[in-house]
Design a protein around this ligand. Sequence first.
Ligand code: FES
Length: 582
Amino acid sequence: MTSQQTGPGTTAPLRSSAWFTDEGKNGFIARSHLAAVGVEGARLRRGPVVGICTSWSELTPCNKHLGGLAAAVRSGVEQADGVALEFPTMSIGEPFARPSSMLFRNLMAMDVEESLRSNPLDAVVLLGGCDKTVPAQLMGAASVDLPAILLTGGPMLSGRWRGDTVGSGTDVWRAVEAYRTGQLARNDLDELEGCLNRSIGHCMTMGTASTMACLTEAMGIQLPGSAALPAADGRRAQLATSVGRRIVEMARNGGPRPSEVLTRSAFLNAIRVNAAIGGSTNAVLHLLAIAGRLGVPLELDDFARAPADVPLLVDLEPSGRFLMEDFAYAGGLPAVLTELRGLLDLDARTVEGGRLADRCGVHRTEDPEVIRSLADQIQPAGCGTVVLRGTLAPDGALIKVSAASPQLLHHVGPALVFDRLEDYLDVVDDPDLPVTEDTVLVMRNAGPKGYPGMPEVANLPLPRRLLQEGTTDMVRVCDGRMSGTAFGTVVLHVAPEAAVGGPLALVRDGDPVKLDATAGILDLMVSDAELERRRASWRAPPPIADRGWLRLYIDHVLQADRGVDLDVLVGGSGHEVPRRPF
Ligand code: FES
């Protein structure tokens, strides 16, 4: 028998009371086991109980410090007279997870969802940072819809090398290309390796981790200032304590819940902010997947329409010059929101219980070189992530215009096609590789099902001979992804992918490929009759796996234009307390 508690100051029935106020065997067992770790039964009966869902792992170096943040969140929860229970979930380390970190985002999201749903929690604080950990946590939390606040771990301090700042990923690509052409010696590269990641935190360019941190702050599911403050800055622990206090209020009030914060307005705001910050193309997949969990109607064309009037304002690598530490000191996302306030839906709700309007105007840019005004924009509207469609990508593709070469944005060139990344890497240094700077490098079978897991290979390294001749960029087309820290004229996320018989599977060497980023066109300039002939002889590749997660993933994963979630995970399971058999 259970007597439902609301606890002092509580306006909503507490979910945890289904476990802790039970007067029979089940309540005894639940309270007794927590007594073993020092939580008193009377305290549990009163609630609320807040989960601290951490993706701490030494296999995810970007998240290694989350234990310290969890302690600060716990302190805040206890200051507000709540009970904090910290628990780990799967984590995904971008530098290590093979064959592709994206293969595991949905698996981690399942872990988060089932951990929240099956346990005595009234609300949750999500601690993430590295690329996939944040969307995975939000996808899982969205499906359960408990009151939730996200707190990202913060970016690393800027890398420093020989008097220059160096940024995650972006400067790695540059240095490795310089090493391949003999402009950088091995010992120089080794020294840079030790200087780049010089503090705790996630990558400090505007890669996927920083992008998702900024977009989730813009969507109101993080507290203001959370995205940019460096991980090593002591104020982040203060922020974590504030998160702990606030989540107890949310648990007592029964909200706001993710479904009340992450509305269509919030997603459209995020898409606009993504254009202003020069954010990662990976954000498109993650936003689509999170929206799918909440039943929010969001489609690829929203990413074409929503940012149509939003210019690039933030001058960060890979599109620009500065790093997240500079961005933080320039005012971070609150300053961007202030600048963009005329272009956002300010009625969108936030986890503080207010509206986005409350966050705008509080901070202005402290450094107009890093965060520009609308009157002094870096690039005009339409230069962010652009959606392409055409005979080569009937269901869409993306190009990040701000990271591309302007002279290649309108281009027709002959395709040189590779079915496997390994095939390309075998010949990339061959001086006889039949390429010119006009060639369009086509890399296929790197999509959600094809690789599987949609690896970040779309920004193929350039052929060594062309690099030595001075070529700095080429058009590349791929059904895979590109690191948020990468740059180049790269068309990615081509859908449908080659492995399911999309037109990319039918391209042959020499076929003309047309890219028109302004008009949003990606065409394979081959007649319909010829493509039909080719399709008649196309055969689907054999399944890559016959068991385990890989098998489930391949059987159920959706295409890029649907966010690469599993079809069986779209939607939510809800926060209703699961029944026990007795
Ligand atoms: Fe973790 Fe870049 S490797 S954010």
